[in-house]
Design a protein around this ligand. Structure first.
Ligand code: GLU
Length: 495
């Protein structure tokens, strides 16, 4: 059975890239009736933010991609927060120490500094690796007795992974194919920190094994960790999961990948839902607050790095599950495009007509404006192609319900001979006394006018208050004769 995990670190809000990782994991799990697991990788307690965990849960819920198992959901491998699994990592670490795949290192900051200086003098970079480990203060360079004494005296230490040098290994990445690497270039990463807690590398590999994770889908930035992880799996004698490193999401306006750091150059939100900065209380709106439909957001994200192999772009979550395949994930980075994100939302507007109806209904009720459902639906159908977000509908429809109280000034200022204008409108008013007050009849009337464009602008101003709105004749027909004439008379008075 396919078991995948989304393993965020609760150090801040998850952004587009994180949600996309969660989404691809979710799609793969659902496609093959597997399990989608949420694991909280909170090994870095210095950067831990408690409200980041609830943010992750809320975000996944809003997106409609909830885990089957994991933090907040429970399951056979609980607890799913790494900070609560220290005792487990310790057991596995003991195994690595016993098998000599790991060693104690007692080097102080000062020791390291000295060594770094020495390296500088020789013109080489300092990395704690196979070349240098034998000249440092660790269990590889001391007697058993000295080690026992040091451990007893509670001198702080870290535990490092002992990379076997000189191995040329091949790893298969499901997106990038075969990647070769040489272990000579790996350093002896810390597995246990001096405060006694496991690092990401140890906790991540042990948990993926214990939790029976079959596929690891994660961001490209973790690709270099994969080499070390493969060695850790080998030392335990475990077979590693299948890896797929997802392409970066790039920012067209700024430089490089999207991140919280370049949020100001990204002209649209980075987060799925609102995030409140804990120290400043600053609220940063997400896609939800800006009016995106979750299914439009998910559809947009799915195509940010994956394609179905044809030009189709609109997919429900069910369809995404159906069509998703790791083979169709891009290798290279993908650009995030705000216009495209808006376009996706617009495609979902038609499917969400009832939400528009409810939104308008509320607006009208708050203003104590009466209407018939039939009229409201007609208004929606006439204006829907002008909106990208539900809340925009009011701006495109208010004039069907509210008479203008003032008129856009610029246009009126330019009119020199106001009297003759009034006379002309009055003549037009007489002509408008027709039955039925229908689109086709109105069309005949306006077509017969000498200054058609100008007259239509004036009437639009009278009806809408501004030179905007849908086809004027359609508005007049919708308002009906009585209301239209009333508005025009009011306009005459005002000039
Ligand atoms: N905890 C890592 C993160 O914050 C996850 C890396 C992984 O999926 O292995 O993104």
């Amino acid at each position: 059975m396919i078991r995948v995990r989304f393993a965020p670190s609760p150090t801040g809000p998850i952004h587009l890239g994180g949600i996309r990782t969660a989404l691809y994991n979710y799609l793969l799990a659902k496609k093959y009736n597997g399990k989608f697991i949420l694991r909280i990788e909170d090994t870095d307690q210095d950067r831990y933010l408690s409200h980041a965990e609830s943010y992750i849960l809320k975000s996944l819920k809003w997106c409609g991609i909830e885990p089957d198992e994991g933090f907040g959901y429970g399951g056979p491998y609980a607890p799913y927060q790494q900070s609560k699994r220290g005792h487990i990592y310790r057991l596995y670490l003991d195994f690595l120490l016993k098998k000599k795949y790991a060693y104690y290192a007692f080097d102080t900051d000062k020791d390291i500094k000295i060594k770094r200086k020495e390296c500088e003098k020789l013109g080489v970079n300092f990395t704690y690796d196979h070349k240098i480990r034998m000249s440092l203060n660790n269990s590889l360079t001391m007697t058993k007795e000295k080690l026992t004494k040091k451990l007893k005296s509670k001198i702080p230490y870290v535990i490092r992974f002992k990379v076997t040098p000189g191995l040329s290994l091949k790893v298969h990445d499901m997106i990038r194919g075969c990647i070769e690497f040489n272990t000579n270039y790996l350093d002896d990463k810390i597995l246990l920190k001096s405060n006694g807690t496991a690092t990401y590398h140890l906790a991540n590999t042990v948990d993926d094994h214990i939790m029976k994770i079959t596929h690891v889908l994660r961001g490209e930035e973790w690709i270099s960790s994969m080499f070390l992880h493969i060695l850790i799996y080998q030392s335990f004698g475990w077979s590693p999961p299948n890896f797929a490193h997802l392409p970066l999401i790039l920012n067209r306006n700024g430089k490089g990948k999207i991140s919280k750091r370049n949020i100001s150059s990204l002209d649209s939100p980075l987060f799925p839902i609102q995030w409140i900065e804990s120290n400043t209380n600053i609220k940063i709106n997400g896609y939800k607050e800006l009016g995106y439909f979750p299914d439009a957001f998910i559809n947009m994200l799915a195509l940010l790095g994956w394609n179905p192999g044809n030009n189709r772009e609109i997919f429900s979550l069910k369809e995404l599950i159906n069509f998703f395949s790791i083979k169709k994930i891009n290798k290279s980075g993908v650009f995030f495009d705000k216009k495209k994100a808006i376009w996706f939302n617009k495609q979902y507007i038609i499917k969400n007509k009832n939400k528009i109806f409810l939104f308008l209904e509320k607006k009208l009720k708050n203003r104590s404006i009466s209407y018939s459902n039939d009229f409201l639906w007609k208004v929606i159908n006439l204006t829907i192609d002008r909106v990208n977000f539900v809340h925009e509908i009011w701006n495109h429809t208010y004039y069907f319900f509210i008479e203008p109280n003032y008129y856009e000034k610029d246009f009126l200022y330019e009119i020199k001979d106001k009297n003759s204008i009034v006379e002309n409108i009055k003549i037009l008013l007489d002509k408008l006394n027709i039955d039925p007050f229908s689109f086709s009849q109105l069309k005949c009337i306006f077509q017969g006018l000498k200054e058609k464009k100008f007259s239509m602008q004036l009437i639009r101003l009278a009806i809408v208050g501004k030179l905007k709105g849908i086809n004027l004749l359609k508005i007049l027909e919708m308002l009906g004769k009585r209301h239209s004439i009333k508005r025009i008379k009011k306009f005459i008075k005002s000039i």
